[in-house]
Design a protein around this ligand. Structure first.
Ligand SMILES: N[C@@H](CCC(=O)N[C@@H](CS)C(=O)NCC(=O)O)C(=O)O
Length: 213
């Protein structure tokens, strides 16, 4: 399979992590996001939403990480949940991730790590920080006394929600403040196939190579 992505994209990392954890043969098609490639006509032809990740599996072309994760889980039967009820729970967390968790963390990290300060819309950063904190409370509370988000085994819901939490750039989630999230991330990092995002897909933000992970 071919994954369109780039190192800094936590949404692409969710899919890369799933491909590796499911032992699927894949290769990266690096997208020059910081040079504007997602806005190009060629990329919009592939995905009119103008976003990575995009997964190509033969004739199947998919975007939206949640849909791609659901596709991979359905195709392999792995990380899928063990019943129809569990699958619905998986979808519930995937939707919540896209709206309330990654949906706030991604923009917060983009504004604080990649956009020059003078270009940040006034008030956006504190607003997003508050939203991320509230979402962390929901996740941390859910994980108290649980190993995984749904049932007794890891699912694509876990692979999705962790997507941005490995990055060194600020993203609003301080592991030390959230013991449930912290322990869950240790369990995820111990899964076969886990690698740090920047070891899976090279970073491309100008000047990033000179910085530590
Ligand atoms: N809900 C989408 C979010 C995808 C997304 O935000 N992708 C970013 C990179 S992490 C992107 O390609 N943005 C391009 C743009 O907004 O122009 C998903 O889960 O796939």
């Amino acid at each position: 399979m071919e994954l369109y992505g780039f190192g800094e994209s936590g949404n692409a990392f969710k899919v890369a992590f799933a491909l590796q954890a499911m032992d699927i043969d894949w290769r990266l098609r690096k997208v020059a996001f910081f040079a504007g490639e997602t806005r190009s006509a060629a990329f919009r032809n592939l995905n009119p939403m103008g976003e990575v990740p995009v997964l190509v599996d033969g004739d199947t072309v998919l975007s939206q990480s949640g849909v791609i994760l659901d596709y991979l889980a359905s195709k392999t039967g792995r990380f899928a949940g063990r019943s129809a009820t569990e699958r619905r729970e998986v979808l519930r967390w995937l939707f919540w991730d896209n709206h309330k968790f990654t949906g706030q963390i991604g923009p917060l990290r983009f504004l604080t790590a990649f956009l020059p300060e003078e270009k940040r819309p006034a008030g956006a950063v504190p607003f997003l920080e508050g939203r991320v904190k509230a979402a962390c409370k929901v996740l941390d509370t859910h994980l108290a006394g649980r190993e995984w988000l749904v049932g007794s085994a890891p699912t694509v819901a876990d692979l999705s929600l962790c997507g941005y939490l490995w990055y060194p750039e600020p993203h609003g989630v301080e592991r030390a403040l959230w013991p449930g999230i912290d322990a869950w991330l240790d369990r995820l990092a111990a899964l076969p196939g886990w690698q740090h995002p920047y070891d899976v897909m090279p970073r491309s933000f100008p000047g990033a190579d000179a910085r530590d992970k």
